[in-house]
Design a protein around this ligand. Sequence first.
Ligand code: PGA
Length: 260
Amino acid sequence: MARRPLIAGNWKMHKNHLEGVQLTQKLAWALSREDTDAVEVAVCPPFTALRSVGTLIDGDKLPIALGAQDCHPEAQGAYTGEISASMLAKLGVQYVIVGHSERRQYAGEDDELVNRKARAVLGADMRPIVCVGEVLEERESGRTAEVVQGQVRGSLAGLSGDQVAGLVVAYEPVWAIGTGRAATADDAQETIAVIRSTVADLVGQGAADELRIQYGGSVKSSNAEELATKPDVDGALVGGASLDADEFALIVTGSARRAR
Ligand code: PGA
């Protein structure tokens, strides 16, 4: 089954709304129609830039989807400083990253909370990008598969096959994020295949075959195309390299070449 890869840029805490508009404009110029037909492209700016970037995308009909980096699991309430899924949906957001390793690490998020956030995103008719991945110590002790399986089971618990088929999982080994040390394409393929079979166990083979699973962690134009040759790798979640429009567009081009 042909899954359309998703190349999503996670800007993290970079770019104010003016810079975000500039970056998105530059990116749109650098992307070719051929490439955006073959792969889906998304940008995930900080909350404060969502409205401006979304207005640009809408107004100029850019072939770029809008994503957010997090949300609160509750629909509304006395949660000072938080943002709900429905607020994001109202801004035209289509994807919401949940359970990024930086949130697991710095905000203490666990699989149960990630699961609640994923449900909130689905409940607001958006698609969660559910992040999983092992830390270096777990990899070195040979526990990658076990750790990632646990995160997938916990984060997707109780979701239906249809819900899982429509979301995105990002496999991001924590030791590869922002370090310049990406997993090899073979290692990414191996763990992503484990994730797909875990999902098949959970909700059935049909949904597992439809589910898109990205690789993330030091993706650059120099390794994107090789990653895209792997049968289970359905695109990339790109951090640092997504802040440079030309570099991000090259990642899209490399992936698109393999997806056509
Ligand atoms: P990186 O980040 O591409 O800068 O390694 C990836 C991510 O955190 O999603």
